[in-house]
Design a binder for this molecule. Sequence first.
Ligand SMILES: Cc1ncc(COP(=O)(O)O)c(C=O)c1O
Length: 481
Amino acid sequence: MPHSEGEVRMQQPSGAQPSAQPSGAQPSAQPSGAQPSAQPSGAQPSARPPAATRRSQELFARALRVLPGGVNSPVRAFKSVGGQPLFIERADGARIYDVDGLSYLDYVCSWGPAILGHNHPAIRQAVTDAAQNGLSFGAPTELEVRLADKITSFVPNLEMVRMVNSGTEAVISALRLARAYTGRQKLVKFAGCYHGHSDSMLVKAGSGALTSGVPDSLGVPAAVVADTCVATYNDLDSVAGLLQGREVAAVIVEPLAANMGVVLPNPGFLPGLRQLCDEYGTLLLFDEVICGFRLAKGGAQEYYGIQADLACYGKVIGGGLPVGAYGGRRQIMEMVAPAGPVYQAGTLSGNPIAMAAGLAQLQLLADGTVLAQIGQQASRLAAGLRQIVLDLGIKACVNQVGSLLSLFFGIEAAYDYDSVQQADTGLYARYFQEMLARGIYLAPSQFEAMFVSAAHSAADIDASLQAGSEVLQKMKGEGLL
Ligand SMILES: Cc1ncc(COP(=O)(O)O)c(C=O)c1O
């Protein structure tokens, strides 16, 4: 199973080999001090010759000596697309700037939190203001109450939340709570859904698996994942099969799957999950780390009109700082310590700087204008990519919802883990490198989403489509597609 900023666990490629340095690369027109507002984007392709990333290469060599794989989160290492990672010096608006002075139109957006674009002035100001008062107190603050108020007002059936420091932590804590509340042990997750790197969620998804899990990483005790059952996304029968005769505490799902590339729930899937969970006395847990406060103000629960029992958040509510949260109905949440017997704690939880950043971010998302705007830009990007694919007669498909999208190579439909496993990661790697050479920074894995932010202009979308068209024509000309 793939994942954002965690790991690439999908099987690796057939097809074309990643080319670390595409031919035809041009020196960048972007000096490191270039102003993002001045450049409508990847409009001027900033392709790079091999020497252009020398400083990134030097830093990577140094990093390899002191950081495992040279990074602090696996997907950043570019392993599934080849080449070496770029080291980023700064980011502003829709662009990131590397240590060699090249700039890129960014569709990673810090894997989600930069929903307003990088370095947004209101968030920067909120962080700077909060920092004047000290960085961390280990005691309650007004800021955390205000952010909790804001989150619970955005998501109507979320009555209480607990702040944590990451999505992983939110999921670990919510699962413990679900087990305590139901008095049951077993969990159901879906193949291809990522929920952070906790032991019980690191379960390799076998094809059509309806069995107990097998650890997906060394170091995960088999006994821990023995209680994790893996169902098939968009397949309610696979869920019913697992709920029958088992005492399942929670079904955890990415309501919109974004960690096997973007995979949409079929229309009856989420209502069906709600119904099955009600039938079997199982809690429905929405992992909204990617889609919370992005698909809609109230996240996937609002967007799809389904009420989950518990929900997990991350990324977006920190505005770029490390924050996560889990929440749900009062009756369940009041089991969390010190209100109740389920222990969970965190020295830096509710950190004032992070709370201030989150508040500023959510404030700007409150009226829904930004979400509507980024959804429209992403729809235009998806429609444009589909048209290019159609015109060139390429076997590929584009999934998009809200501001998230994926272009899958070599398959005509992506609707679950097995279908996306057939995607051609070698072709994606080549596409990635060619786009990078044209100044467009995509996720370094076929199985990650593209994130569109409020800073992506119409000109940026046009430039991205132009670059995409050029690259796909080139690949087709070379007989790869
Ligand atoms: C859906 C989902 N859940 C959980 C996580 C884990 O969040 P974090 O990386 O903040 O621990 C991620 C990370 O990408 C995610 O996409």
